[in-house]
Design a protein around this ligand. Structure first.
Ligand SMILES: C[S@@+](CC[C@H](N)C(=O)[O-])C[C@H]1O[C@@H](n2cnc3c(N)ncnc32)[C@H](O)[C@@H]1O
Length: 245
């Protein structure tokens, strides 16, 4: 059985991100209503959900298809005193059981690649009120001169990864006007994501000594980190902010 969820357990985030970047993106959005309806898709353990809740009035519906992550979010929301603003919902981003045109803001950090950037923008647009916003962080090429090694790695893992200009074009072609974008600082990959993952991998190497299948998965997780360590100037997570037109 896959040990994917054993690797991805008890870590603060399930993808690169930083609370300061969540706040930066949120405060770049202009003329939001004072009471917000927000949909956070692929919320994971919800570090960004909690940060949003602390900075707004209204309600966040936080969706993920992995129940243990939602349990972590529920517990943290209680500890942080924002549970009245967050409703967790177990479900798939591929078939959202959600009322159309009902959200001022759709948010998704590190999760839109699961459905595909263009497809996510298209499908999720239906749930946003006209004039409302979508904010998504998406792994993107930051330069044109990509060396062979990261190119090969990401072609195998996420072949539709694009550069910033191409993603902005997709935004414009999908019924939105771009509002802004910025690159997540590099430490957003390490502090709450890769560093805790490295610790998990170390611990699981000891647990799974002699288990080839488990060690292959650990190699896989480790190689993603190694590639980022070497080539972090060439790709990164980019926050894209857009308004539904
Ligand atoms: C890269 S993680 C990002 C999590 C979180 N936003 C963060 O930044 O820590 C992607 C998340 O999408 C969730 N996910 C995967 N497939 C999904 C699906 N079909 N529907 C909803 N969520 C999904 C995973 O469980 C995971 O929590």
């Amino acid at each position: 059985m896959s040990i994917f969820f054993e690797i991805h357990k008890d870590i603060p985030r399930e993808g690169p991100g930083l609370n300061e970047s969540t706040r930066l993106a949120f405060f770049m959005l202009e003329d939001l209503p004072s009471e917000l309806a927000v949909l956070d898709i692929g919320c994971g353990p919800g570090m960004q959900t909690i940060e949003l809740a602390k900075n707004m009035n209204g309600k966040i519906t936080a969706i993920d298809n992995h129940k243990p992550f939602l349990d972590v979010l529920t517990k943290s929301a209680m500890e942080e005193g924002v549970s009245d603003k967050i409703e967790v919902k177990e479900g798939s981003m591929f078939s959202l059981d959600i009322e159309k045109n009902s959200f001022d803001l759709v948010w998704s950090e590190g999760a839109i690649s699961i459905i595909g950037f263009g497809e996510g923008l298209k499908q999720w647009r239906e749930y946003i009120k006209t004039g409302g916003y979508l904010v998504a962080s998406e792994i993107s090429w930051l330069r044109n001169d990509i060396p062979e090694e990261p190119k090969r790695f990401w072609e195998a893992d996420y072949p539709v990864m694009k550069g910033i200009i191409d993603n902005i074009k997709t935004i414009e072609e999908s019924g939105y006007s771009p509002v802004g974008h910025f690159v997540l600082p590099k430490r957003g990959w390490w502090e709450h994501y890769y560093n805790p993952l490295i610790e998990r991998i170390k611990m699981l190497r000891e647990k799974y000594v002699g288990n080839q299948e488990a060690n292959d998965e650990l190699d896989c997780a480790e190689s993603e980190i190694e590639i980022y360590k070497k080539y972090s100037d060439y790709y990164g997570y980019v926050f894209y902010l857009m308004k539904k037109i």
